[in-house]
Design a protein around this ligand. Sequence first.
Ligand SMILES: Nc1ncnc2c1ncn2[C@@H]1O[C@H](COP(=O)(O)OP(=O)(O)OP(=O)(O)O)[C@@H](O)[C@H]1O
Ligand SMILES: Cc1ncsc1CCO
Ligand SMILES: [Mg+2]
Length: 273
Amino acid sequence: MERETGRGQKAWKLLTELRERSPLIQCITNFVSMDLMANTLLAAGASPAMLHSLQEIPDFTPHAHALCINVGTLSPDWLSSMKSAASLATQLGKPWVLDPVAVSASDFRMKACLELIELKPTVIRGNASEILALSNASMGPDKGVDSSHRSVDAVEAAKSLAQASSAIVAVSGAVDIITDGQQVVGVNNGVAMLQQITATGCAVTALIAAFVAVDSLHAFEATASALSIFGLAGEIGMDMARGPASLRMHLIDSLYGLDQATVFSRVNITNMS
Ligand SMILES: Nc1ncnc2c1ncn2[C@@H]1O[C@H](COP(=O)(O)OP(=O)(O)OP(=O)(O)O)[C@@H](O)[C@H]1O
Ligand SMILES: Cc1ncsc1CCO
Ligand SMILES: [Mg+2]
């Protein structure tokens, strides 16, 4: 399928706005991901804040430009914070993004994710197993945080989840799939080694929140751009890396240093619908 050159220009425009405006992104995320997520947001030009106390949400969430909610290390009190922040964001017209980590690990987690989806996320980003499980809203055989499905096998599931939730749905993988329930695009950037670094999926979900913060009216394009920019940083980082640990470092450096010529020539997004 043909790479669309206009999409590189759009991704660059959004990255430039992100760097100029430095949106404040509130992240209620798992303990594993906090460091990589905050550093990814900083490298892209956003301002991360990992605040999750229920008592702070009424004061703080109204100042955030977008919210990222990730259920990776969920517990009942954190769920209360997530619901409170999500409903406040929706009420205030602020974009928010859900990462349904290991949604089929337990009934508690599945129910929590379905309740969060009722609060109208702008974007839902998961791996193929997570999106398949959520779309079926049933307990699957997959219990862990890693995917055992290919993203291209989750296209129909992603479309029905998008239609049912009115959210943009993104499925990460070798090709990242993005859909609003009608149109579907595939992002062909990235390297397989990203799967060997924990929380790269969590980090790209936060990057989606930052991109959506600068253009909330075009969440579909913003989501595709974020996934592409992150994947591209991974590709460039991989040229210098010797394994997952050094890729983690070079990924952040490459995201920080991305320039116009690289983004224009290497963002690789294709129409799939
Ligand atoms: N085979 C692959 N080739 C290229 N890029 C990939 C591949 N698999 C995953 N990626 C990229 O790696 C990043 C993380 O996606 P992944 O699907 O591994 O998320 P995840 O399973 O939610 O990860 P985590 O739960 O550890 O945060 C995304 O940017 C995705 O595009
Ligand atoms: C390993 C792990 N366990 C819970 S959250 C998380 C980070 C990747 O999703
Ligand atoms: Mg994940």
